[in-house]
Ligand binder design. Structure first.
Ligand SMILES: *Cc1c(COP(=O)(O)O)cnc(C)c1O
Length: 369
């Protein structure tokens, strides 16, 4: 047990912040303002500043953020939204929930992000937007995507649930498109102690609309302009996020340090994430690909190393989407789903932990070959 290397441990991850949490919680209880108060306002200002967005609107979670972002664009019903075929299901759920139709585009097998070359072939007169997903903490190849969006007059929505602080050519994720959504689910690089999310944008009208949509479609109490939601960022989660945001860069740096140990030391039999000078990756997930993935996972488990698979089942093979993607084939997504393995890379892991994982993994390669 004492040698166990967990995949994640939310208590350990948050331990460095406990003291400040407790101090602020006491004040929070005494103040008695629990919905849309100063903590939410402060977080919206600070996180907008951190990202370099003009606006940040706190919402209840990342999925809602995506739905509200899509709804703010006011697209005609049944409009098509391009989305990567290997994304986490939430990106696709958001498109359905907004009354729109997801159109899958395969990822680049090297970056795991949407392949810009394949986008144009999927554009139809009904296509109105591209939802890019900066998966695992790497920003998508935005230059060609922005060029296509401009040429076809498409909106860009960014799913930034895994890319807090990641950059592409010096620019932070969440600032490339019309509008973006972040998740602060506890395991994300910036994680709350429960559900939380935000919508960021530089466009005033979209920010105003999302602000209203999250609050029953109302901007003036008891007057409703839209069929809205109750999807506000909780005051108490904003309190935790305000404390943690100050350390987001440090969290990202720590994960990058651990990633560099994997990158430099893992046997080349494992397909490792690509590194490119244009990208500042924040490794929400550090994945490798390996043909004997399941055997490797089992071996690591036997050696007290816990891993995860992001994600075991492709969106088109989920029960929920049965019949919705008829005749779709996504072999690249499936290759990733079949071979990917996520290694421990949390804020609480030490460099020694990672060297241990590397040692066991490199030993496994020599036994199997
Ligand atoms: C986590 C995640 C979401 C959903 O965020 P929640 O806050 O859990 O609703 C959406 N997209 C991606 C890519 C995610 O990783």
């Amino acid at each position: 047990m004492n040698n166990l290397i967990e995949y994640e441990n939310l208590s350990k991850l948050n331990n460095p912040f406990f003291q400040e949490y407790k101090l602020k919680l006491e004040q929070f209880l005494e103040k008695g303002w629990f919905v849309l108060g100063d903590e939410v306002k402060t977080f919206e200002n600070q996180f907008a500043k951190y990202c370099g967005s003009k606006h940040c609107v706190g919402v209840a979670n990342g999925l809602d953020g995506l739905v509200l972002a899509l709804r703010s664009l006011n697209l005609p019903e049944e409009s098509q939204v391009i989305v990567p075929s290997n994304t986490y299901i939430a990106s696709i759920l958001a498109i359905f929930q907004a009354g729109l139709k997801p159109i899958l585009v395969e990822p680049d097998i090297a970056t795991y992000n949407i392949d810009p070359i394949l986008i144009e072939g999927k554009i139809t007169p009904k296509t109105k937007a591209i939802m890019v997903v900066h998966l695992y903490g790497k920003v998508c190849d935005m230059a060609p995507i922005l060029e296509i969006a401009k040429r076809y007059n498409l909106h860009i929505i960014e799913d930034c649930a895994q890319s807090h602080g990641a950059t592409y050519k010096g620019q932070k994720s969440g600032t490339f498109g019309d509008i973006s959504a972040f998740s602060f689910y506890p395991t994300k690089n910036l994680g709350a102690l429960g559900d939380a999310g935000s919508v960021n944008t530089n466009i005033d009208d979209l920010a105003t609309k999302v602000r209203s949509l999250r609050n029953y479609g109302s901007s003036k109490k008891y007057f409703n302009d839209y069929i809205g939601y109750n999807s506000r960022l909780d005051e108490i989660q904003a309190l935790f996020l305000n404390i943690k945001l100050k350390s987001l860069d440090e969290i990202n740096l720590h994960k990058r340090k651990l990633a560099s140990i994997y990158l430099e030391n893992l046997n080349d039999a494992y397909i490792k994430p690509v590194v490119n000078k244009d990208y500042y990756d924040v490794y929400h997930i550090f994945n490798i690909r390996y043909s004997h993935r399941d055997k490797l996972k089992e071996y690591l488990n036997e050696n007290d190393i816990r891993t995860e698979i992001h994600y075991p089942v492709a969106p088109i093979h989920q029960k929920a989407t049965k019949g919705l993607f008829l005749n779709e084939k996504t072999p690249i997504a499936e290759e990733i789903h079949a071979t990917t393995l996520s290694l421990p890379i949390s804020f609480f892991h030490t460099e020694e932990d990672v060297y241990k994982v590397v040692e066991i993994m490199n030993k496994f390669v020599t036994t199997i070959n």
